[in-house]
Design a protein around this ligand. Structure first.
Ligand code: AMP
Ligand code: MG
Length: 319
């Protein structure tokens, strides 16, 4: 990436514009997190409801200290273990964070992305960058610059950093007293967090209805064509069906097109290729509906299945 592209992007951020940029999870749609008018443009371009708070991206621990009041030792322990990386920590916000960023909540989600272009953009802009995924609200997440252009042609600038390495969004956690709650499953698994936080009770909201977070909707990440779970490989599929599988098999379904996210059910490969395979099916004019194989809900499979269940939700419920 040319330095002058980063400089141009940083200038746009400082002038209150929007820049789409790569992260290791998915592409983000960024604005100066401390400028409420710029942040409002994110909600407008994405058509995102105002009750759904944004994650603020930082490049240094100094920024963490200005966004939240005195982070506790446990927070620093988690951050030091997983940052830069796909972990968002929800913390009590300081007064400098505009309410629009947090949808009026007293807390703000913060992470340090593991992507040099993203970090250089934040450093060059000299401000934290609020960035949700760079897509229309509720649609497929973008893992390449092309996916961003397809859904958000009106964005001021796109930094093209190739395909996102991880391919699904960050794990989101809150820490209260001796309890760590995973609000959204992601690349970092509950076991990894447990290992990092000895003596702290870690649990998954997916398995408990006790806590609800704004934005944790049942339907999300959906393609513009009907998407269904492929419950059995040998069923007769309608004409013009596209099928997404996660491992090679002897008896593949009969259909128009098959995309493999992995040849051998490798979870890292499935995550990395999940959204790009859905985009490819969405873009293929020979396909009118898509079927996707489920994965086993273990380890990273929990986050992958979370995305798949939400992506099929609106279509499965009207079938
Ligand atoms: P996105 O960046 O589009 O992947 O979505 C960010 C998600 O982070 C939101 O939909 C919320 O579920 C979650 N989030 C962000 N800030 C907070 C917060 N302060 N409290 C709880 N959840 C949050
Ligand atoms: Mg999103």
């Amino acid at each position: 990436m040319e330095n002058n592209q980063i400089q141009t992007a940083a200038r746009i951020i400082n002038e209150g514009g929007l820049v789409a940029f790569p992260t290791e999870t998915v592409y983000g749609l960024g604005a100066n997190a401390l400028n409420p008018i710029a942040v409002a443009k994110i909600f407008a371009l994405k058509e995102r409801p105002s009750f759904d708070p944004l994650i603020v991206h930082i490049a240094s621990y100094d920024e963490l200290k200005t966004l939240t009041n005195k982070p506790k030792d446990l927070v620093l322990k988690l951050a030091k273990k997983f940052w830069p990386g796909p972990l968002t920590i929800v913390l009590v916000k300081s007064n400098i964070v505009p309410d629009i960023v947090t949808s009026g909540l007293p807390t703000v989600g913060i992470r340090m992305p593991d992507n040099e272009i993203a970090l250089n953009l934040i450093r060059a802009s000299k401000c934290p960058i609020a960035a949700p995924s760079a897509n229309k609200f509720g649609n497929l997440s973008p893992v390449s610059a092309k996916h961003v252009k397809k859904q958000l042609p009106g964005v001021d600038f796109i930094l093209d950093g190739g395909k996102s390495k991880i391919g699904i969004e960050s794990t989101i956690v809150t820490l209260e007293g001796n309890i760590c709650t995973i609000l959204r499953p992601g690349k970092i698994t509950i076991d990894e967090i447990n290992d990092a936080l000895h003596g702290i009770f870690v649990f998954n909201t997916n398995k408990s209805e006790k806590i609800t977070a704004p934005g944790l909707l049942k339907s999300h990440y959906s393609p513009t064509k009907p998407l269904y779970l492929l419950k059995e490989k040998l069923v007769q599929l309608p004409k013009k069906s596209g099928v997404i599988l996660h491992g090679a098999c002897d008896n593949s379904p009969k259909c128009e097109k098959i995309i493999f996210t992995s040849q051998n059910n490798n979870q890292l490969e499935i995550a990395a290729n999940l959204f790009s395979s859905l985009h490819a099916m969405e873009d293929d004019k020979h396909i009118t509906q898509i079927f996707i194989e489920p994965v086993i809900e273990e380890g990273l499979g929990i986050a992958i299945m979370d995305r798949i269940k939400k992506a099929v939700y609106k279509y499965e419920s009207i079938k």
